[in-house]
Structure formats: C-alpha cells, structure tokens
Design a protein around this ligand. Structure first.
Ligand code: IMP
Length: 180
C-alpha cells in the first residue's frame, strides 16, 4: 500500500483523513511547520505552503475556514486566529441578535504527487444558538450542516466525512487518484 503524508498539527483533521483515505493509502501524520501566509483565498495559502514541502511528497495539506453570512464571510481566512482569540463563544456572541445564521465551511486540500493539485469542498449550514456536542474540533460544536439536526460535534467522524467540506474535498482527491 502506498504512503500518503498528511502535513498537519491538527489531530482532528488527521482523524478525518485517516477515516476516509486509509482504505487506499497508508496515511501518516507529519507535524512539520510550514509557512502560512495571510491571504484572501484559502487556495493561495495552500499554494504558497506546498512550495516548501515538496520533499515530503506524496502529501496533502489542508487549509479551511468558516464563513458566516451575516458577518460578511468573517472569520473566513482568519478562522484560525479567531478560534484562538474569540473561540466558539465569541462567534455566538457576535450573532446574538441574529436569527438568520447561515454559514459555510470551506476546505482546500493541496496535493503533491506526480502533479500538484487542489481540491475544494464546501459544506453549507447554520450557526447554532449554543454549543452542542463534544466530538470533532474547532467550530464543530456550533455548526449544523443543512438538512441535519445535529452539529458536526455530535456526529461520528465517518458521518461528518460523508457531508463535510473536508469529506467533499477528499472525494475530489480520490476521484483524481483513481484515474492514475
Ligand atoms: P486551519 O485550516 O487549520 O487554518 O483552520 C482554521 C480554523 O478553522 C482552525 O481554528 C480550525 O480549528 C477550524 N476548522 C478547520 N476545519 C474545521 C472543521 O472541519 N470543523 C471545525 N473547525 C474547523
């Protein structure tokens, strides 16, 4: 079985990659620092980082963000900083006076194999009124995907992976890899 390195320090992300990709690959977590620029698009962050990581190929990296409609897409590309400073409670406070709570998660996977590729996945949903669930990571306790009653933090990894931004980006990656 071929090895695929997942470059991340986030155990939660790695668990999701492992759940979906380990049927096809020996999935290894590599916790290596890489340059993360502040850019307007997730794709640009991924593009820049990939340049520095080629020696670890075949590999994937992942840049993701939560985009809240009423907050004009905030925290978006600042999701990581906002999680460290305001956290889920801060987002709930910003939305205190709103009933319309549409949001989306985006994930861009950068892949280096024979070629360099990007795969994007989006999941639409809503910010809940309070935190629900203890599974997952990051903003999972306050994000309820469209058509579901539970937040991501109330779902098992396999269930989240079927509908999530990261799961969808992985579908794109697997689709590409199966044709090689
Ligand atoms: P990054 O891709 O690691 O920069 O993620 C940005 C921020 O979004 C971090 O604080 C992550 O915890 C959070 N995040 C990324 N993906 C997810 C997810 O699937 N669920 C919940 N939070 C996420």
């Amino acid at each position: 079985m071929k090895t695929l390195n997942v470059i991340t320090s986030n155990e939660g992300k790695f668990k999701e990659y492992k759940e979906k990709l380990s049927k096809f690959y020996e999935v290894e977590m590599l916790n290596i620092d890489y340059p993360e620029i502040q850019a307007d698009e997730l794709e640009d962050v991924v593009e820049y980082a990939l340049d520095d990581l080629k020696e670890h190929a075949p590999l994937i990296i992942d840049d993701s963000g939560l985009f809240v409609e009423k907050l004009k897409g905030f925290p978006g590309v600042y999701s990581s900083y906002v999680m460290r400073t305001l956290g889920c409670d801060g987002i709930l406070r910003l939305l205190e006076n709103y009933n319309l709570r549409k949001a989306r998660f985006e994930c861009v996977i950068g892949f280096i194999g024979e070629e360099t590729k990007h795969f994007k996945g989006v999941s639409k949903g809503y910010i809940t009124k309070k935190k629900q669930g203890t599974k997952g990571f990051g903003y999972d306790p306050i994000f309820r995907p469209e058509g579901r009653e539970q937040t991501y933090a109330e779902m098992r990894t396999k269930e989240k992976n079927k509908i999530s931004h990261r799961g969808r980006a992985m579908d794109g990656l697997l689709d590409y890899l199966k044709d090689l």
